[in-house]
Design a protein around this ligand. Structure first.
Ligand SMILES: [Zn+2]
Length: 147
C-alpha cells in the first residue's frame, strides 16, 4: 500500500484514479487484501504515522494560522489576507461561501515518524547507530558528537 501511495505522489495520480486502480486490482485479484478507496488507504497510512497536518500560512510567509490564530482572516504581521481574492490576471475569484487559503504548508509530526522508525528493530538499530557505534574520541567533527 505504501508503494502504491508513493506511486500516486511521484506520478501525480488523482484521488479518483487511485481509487480506480485499487478497484481494478481487487477485480483482477479477488483474494488481494487492499483498501477499497483512496480514503481507506489514507486511513491505513495515518495509523502507520505517515500522516500530516495542513496549516494555512501567510502568503508572505510571516506566520502560520494555527492554535489561537485559527480564527484570523489576515496576517497579524503584514496584514495580508489569509484567503484568495479575485485577481484579473490569474482569474482567481474569492468565493463567498467557501474560503480558499492563499497558501498552505504541510506539517509532518516528528514524534509519529520516529515511533514508526523505532517499530522495526532493523531501523531502530540504524537510528541509534551514531550513539551506539561511533567512536567517542572526544574530538568534535560531526553534529552527533555533541551532547
Ligand atoms: Zn504576513
Amino acid at each position: 500500500m505504501v508503494r502504491l501511495l508513493q506511486g500516486k505522489t511521484m506520478h501525480g495520480w488523482t484521488d479518483v484514479s487511485f481509487t480506480w486502480l485499487l478497484e481494478s486490482l481487487i477485480d483482477a485479484f479477488p483474494n488481494i487484501n487492499l483498501p477499497k478507496s483512496y480514503y481507506e488507504a489514507q486511513k491505513i497510512t495515518k495509523d502507520l504515522g505517515f500522516s500530516y497536518e495542513t496549516l494555512d500560512a501567510c502568503p508572505k510567509n510571516c506566520m502560520l494560522f494555527n492554535g489561537n490564530d485559527l480564527s484570523l482572516d489576515e496576517c497579524e504581521i503584514c496584514g495580508e489576507s489569509r484567503y484568495k481574492k479575485y485577481n484579473e490576471s490569474s482569474g482567481i475569484i474569492q468565493c463567498t461561501t467557501t474560503k480558499i487559503a492563499s497558501k498552505q504548508v504541510r506539517y509532518f509530526p516528528l514524534k509519529l515518524r520516529l515511533k514508526r522508525l523505532f517499530m522495526s528493530s532493523k531501523n531502530a538499530h540504524f537510528m541509534r547507530w551514531h550513539t551506539d557505534e561511533r567512536t567517542d574520541d572526544g574530538i568534535m567533527r560531526n553534529p552527533t558528537d555533541t551532547p
